[in-house]
Design a protein around this ligand. Structure first.
Ligand code: ADP
Ligand code: ASP
Ligand code: MG
Length: 475
């Protein structure tokens, strides 16, 4: 393994951390703080808050042939970006950047017109449209850093984040990324500059734009940190760190001071939006600590994600929920499941690249939960050839995570008694020793989480949870 570059920190700022000129200036102050400690920073930014959703809406409108609707969204975005740049930069900085912003928006308009003319939106074109968010925010932040003495320099992420061509959720090719980073980004840091690149976006071997999936800027940060063998990866967001549950559901959620990679990965996979599920892997492979920090409260210590969690007197660290799931019940037509039956069922999901979250089986039936409804009709049609199939949407999975449930008895009793008033649809039979999860109706999620939070975080271990702090609730 090559040596860690402990003098480099990769700092990722999410959408709310670059939502307007003031937020972008806050990021400049935070980066300055790191540089004053003698560190070199590589900065990864998301699109400005809500821009990704608006670009997707524009793409969808164009795909329906609604050219005027699509261009109207693009025009609003153009104004927001130009106005932000005008507020952010001095006259020289603004006049240098404005033409580049204009050219990007002209290209976006052309693209939307093209989509509207053919009336069809392919995943490849959708990635191209949505990439404009990060392309623009990264140019603006780089220009602000240049103006504020941080030697900001823009790097187009598509020149270094090499992916396969699975549009919409492309898989990164880590060896190629590492080579590009060492070639294009490392020399900038070593020269005292601050490279700024957009998260979420990449390009395949032919140079065609791809994206890493929603929330993918965290993943970019981990890939960049991993590729450069950085000393730390910092995920700057709008809450004080990883909390005992989503603070939007429970206002008394507490910051978790330290959490293990395994626990954080489990939480992210099961719906805690604060981290992208794939973020952890490149960091774990190279043992790079990851911090989750609050750009609105940079003095707060945040959450440190490390290989080993310190011992904790509380059984769980956090509670997550994943909504918009569907339960599919597959009942064998004959009483006994024949040899090869389970394989035949799972082969159908595999054929449509449909990931399964939870499985429960009885003698004649298999219930599985999936989070994507896209291929449901085809999946059910195929399953219908070997079994009776029914499905029900609007389900949610609630998951309690903590390494300290290993070897403890009575935990499921406490969990299910805290939510005895809620109808439970399925219980996990998973092998993971660090989570307990179950399926409920989507409409019961908030109530279930509040009840569980009250049960398990009434007297939290003060060595692991920030019991004194008040939570910064998103407004
Ligand atoms: P960013 O734009 O910075 O990537 P996100 O909106 O993707 O930010 O993620 C941060 C949000 O994640 C928080 O505002 C919070 O509402 C939500 N969240 C969900 N679960 C948790 C949790 N366990 N701890 C902290 N935040 C959580
Ligand atoms: N802008 C992208 C999204 O909203 C990626 C990210 O912010 O992580 O999904
Ligand atoms: Mg995010």
């Amino acid at each position: 393994m090559s040596q860690a570059r402990n003098h480099i920190v990769v700092m990722k700022f999410g959408g709310t951390s670059v939502e307007d000129a003031r937020a972008m200036l806050r990021t400049a102050a935070i980066v300055r703080g790191r540089r004053e400690r003698g560190l070199g920073a590589v900065v990864v930014v998301s699109a400005m808050a809500k821009v990704t959703d608006q670009l997707l809406a524009a793409a969808a409108a164009a795909g329906r042939g609604d050219k005027a609707g699509a261009l109207a969204i693009a025009s609003r975005l153009r104004h927001r970006h130009v106005d932000t740049a005008a507020e952010l930069l001095d006259e020289t900085g603004f006049s240098a950047l404005e033409p580049a912003i204009g050219l990007e928006f002209d290209a976006l308009d052309d693209l939307l017109r093209g989509i509207a003319a053919v009336g069809e939106l392919t995943p490849r074109t959708s990635d191209n449209v949505v990439s404009f968010g990060e392309r623009l925010s990264s140019r603006m932040v780089a220009a602000a850093f240049a103006q504020h003495g941080l030697e900001g320099v823009h790097v187009d992420a598509r020149t270094c984040i090499v992916t396969d061509d699975h549009y919409g959720k492309a898989a990164p090719i880590e060896a190629a990324i590492e080579a590009k980073l060492l070639d294009l980004v490392l020399p900038l840091v070593e020269a005292g500059q601050t490279p700024v690149m957009g998260g979420f976006i990449g390009a395949n071997a032919e140079g065609i734009t791809t994206t890493l999936g929603r929330g993918g800027s965290d993943y970019t940060a981990a890939l960049v940190g991993g590729g450069l063998h950085a000393g730390a990866i910092e995920i700057w967001t709008d809450v004080n760190g990883i909390m005992t549950t989503d603070p939007r559901i429970c206002a008394d959620a507490l910051r978790v001071k330290t959490i293990s990679f395994e626990e954080a990965a489990e939480l992210a996979y099961f719906g805690a939006k604060v981290l992208h599920p794939a973020t952890i892997l490149p960091a774990v492979q190279k043992s790079i600590p990851v911090w989750v920090l609050n750009s609105r409260n940079p003095e707060n210590e945040g959450t440190k994600i490390t290989a080993m969690a310190p011992p904790c007197a509380s059984p769980f660290k956090s509670i997550a929920a994943k909504k918009r799931l569907t339960i599919i019940d597959v009942v064998a037509s004959r009483m006994l499941m024949t040899h090869g039956y389970l394989k035949a069922v799972f082969d159908v999901f595999d054929k449509y690249h449909c990931a399964i979250d939870m499985v429960s089986t009885s003698e004649v039936s298999i219930s599985v939960t999936v989070d994507s409804n896209e291929r449901l009709p085809e999946i059910c049609a195929d399953l219908g050839k070997i079994a009776d199939v029914k499905y029900e949407g609007h389900k949610a999975l609630v998951c309690l995570v903590g390494e300290d449930i290993r070897g403890r008895s009575g935990m499921s009793g406490r969990v299910f008694s805290a939510i005895r008033h809620i109808n439970i649809r399925m219980i996990s039979q998973g092998a993971s020793e660090i989570n307990m999860s179950f399926m409920i109706e989507e409409s019961d999620v908030e109530e279930a989480i509040r009840s569980l939070h009250a049960e398990f975080f009434a007297e939290p271990d003060p060595t692991v949870f920030d019991v004194e702090a008040r939570v910064a609730v998103k407004v």
